[in-house]
Design a protein around this ligand. Structure first.
Ligand code: FAD
Length: 415
């Protein structure tokens, strides 16, 4: 590629960049999406595949402080921060604590549920066009063996039931009847009936097909390296494949965004929330529903010929290494609830970095000083479930339409 001119340049081809690119190209813009690697091979590759508006809680929910303190320093806990003397980590933790308040959480959940519900409708349509993404709206079960776990599941339901998320409380017998693959006895849980799942990597691939179908272009192995800024505009961007001039630029660079912050002239305190997912062969007693094992924070997703087991959140800065101890703790946790064979054959083991902002809310919107730069980053644990909605939202912003959520919640300049 030499020099190129487009209407919209999207940087990053994960679920967020692909959703933005697909929506803007659908609305007639000349779109180019670039990625320093391959389409959909970042955090969007191997996630649990859940499209679950019920899980719109930001990480720093009130009440998390005591719980998280217990988990944080336990290398086998569901949430872990390796103690280190990093300024970035200290800053992140400061904002994390600061945002643990009820008003903040309520505003965030209200906005994120809307974003997720819009996404669900879009994914349903995408599933009709591309059946290979295996969109299935079976609902989602949260199950627990402990009083505290059941209480947490019920609290989750209570928190979202007045804003359009439906569900019902399950007792031990209900669970056994619905999902005999779970080991008895379980104490209880919640069933959210509208939630869906799909194959995350294939969703991004389907969106990439949409972009190309609408006349857009996708450049892989094309890294954003620099920006030429003049006054309050980005005149052009320098990439590993040449210079691109664009009327508007959308940054959708996930957990890499913090390292691009200097170039963007903005504080983007995003750290990676490392999680693992393993694909194992279909179990003899294969679950039929996606299931959240509440106290273990493990996500079980039945697939066509396999099962995906995903979990843990370890706060890191661009560290993709796999810690076997944490993988083993996921297996151990899953084994308490499912009939896993003694020798579990792991067909694929994957680690991804969720782009985590300290207040658990994405940064979406125009840069305060660069008036042709839009941010769409920091979707933490809900990038898939809120991805398509983010695509609609960014397209509305670019077209100057009234946004469908309160933009002050996701203010891109708030740090
Ligand atoms: C174990 C696990 C389970 C999860 N389960 C779920 C789930 O069930 N449901 C859900 O909604 N979410 C889930 N998530 C979270 C979800 O995966 C993320 O929120 C989402 O993938 C983030 O998407 P993204 O597009 O922002 O980032 P990414 O998919 O990481 O995409 C960012 C892209 O930007 C590119 N890039 C970076 N820098 C540059 C540059 N300089 N130039 C060009 N390109 C660049 C990267 O190569 C990458 O492809 C899970 C995450 C994990 C780890």
């Amino acid at each position: 590629m030499q020099n190129k001119e487009v209407d919209i340049l999207v940087v990053g081809a994960g679920i967020i960049g692909a959703s933005v690119g697909a929506e803007l190209s659908r609305r007639g813009a000349k779109v180019c999406v670039i990625d320093k690697g391959a389409v959909g091979k970042g955090c969007s590759y191997g996630n649990a595949g859940w499209m679950t508006p019920c899980f719109a809680m930001p990480l720093p929910m009130p009440g998390m402080l005591i719980k998280s303190m217990k988990w944080l320093l336990n290398p086998e806990g569901p949430l872990y921060i390796k103690p280190s003397l990093s300024l970035d980590l200290a800053n992140w933790m400061y904002h994390f604590m600061k945002n643990m308040n009820a008003t903040q959480a309520r505003r965030a959940v209200d906005a994120l549920v809307v974003l997720s519900q819009k996404s669900l409708t879009e994914y349903e349509k995408l599933g009709q066009l591309y059946p290979e993404i295996r969109f299935q709206q079976k609902g989602l079960m949260m199950v627990s063996r402990t009083q505290a776990g059941v209480a947490a599941a019920v609290e989750e339901l209570e928190y979202v039931k007045n804003i359009g998320v439906t569900g019902k409380v399950l007792n031990s017998d209900d669970i056994q009847q619905m999902e005999p693959a779970l080991k008895a006895p379980l104490l209880g849980g919640v069933y959210f009936d509208k939630e869906a799942m799909a194959e995350p990597y294939l969703v991004v691939q389907a969106l990439a097909k949409e972009i190309r179908k609408n006349g857009g272009e996708i450049l892989e192995n094309c890294e954003l390296q620099d920006m030429e800024i003049s006054g309050n505009r980005i005149e052009s961007v320098k990439t590993s494949q040449g210079t691109i001039r664009a009327k508007q630029i959308v940054m959708a660079t996930g957990s890499w965004s913090k390292s691009l912050a200097k170039m963007m002239r903005l504080r983007v305190p995003i750290l990676g929330g490392k999680g693992y997912a393993m694909i194992v062969p279909t179990l003899e007693k294969q679950p039929q529903y996606p299931i959240m094992l509440v106290e273990k924070k493990i996500a079980i997703t039945p697939r066509e010929n396999t099962l995906r087991i995903a979990g843990t959140l370890e706060l890191v800065d661009q560290d993709f290494s796999i810690t076997q101890r944490r993988v083993e703790s996921i297996k151990k946790g899953a084994r308490e609830f499912l009939h896993l064979p003694e020798e579990l054959q792991v067909q694929e083991l994957w680690a991804g970095l969720r782009p985590c902002t300290p207040d658990g809310v994405p940064l979406i919107g125009y840069h305060q000083n660069l008036n042709n730069l839009v941010l769409a980053v920091g979707h933490q644990m809900l990038g898939l479930q809120s991805g398509a909605g983010t695509g609609l939202l960014v397209a509305d912003l670019v077209e100057g339409k009234k946004p469908f959520i309160d933009m002050s919640v996701v203010n891109a300049n708030r740090f």
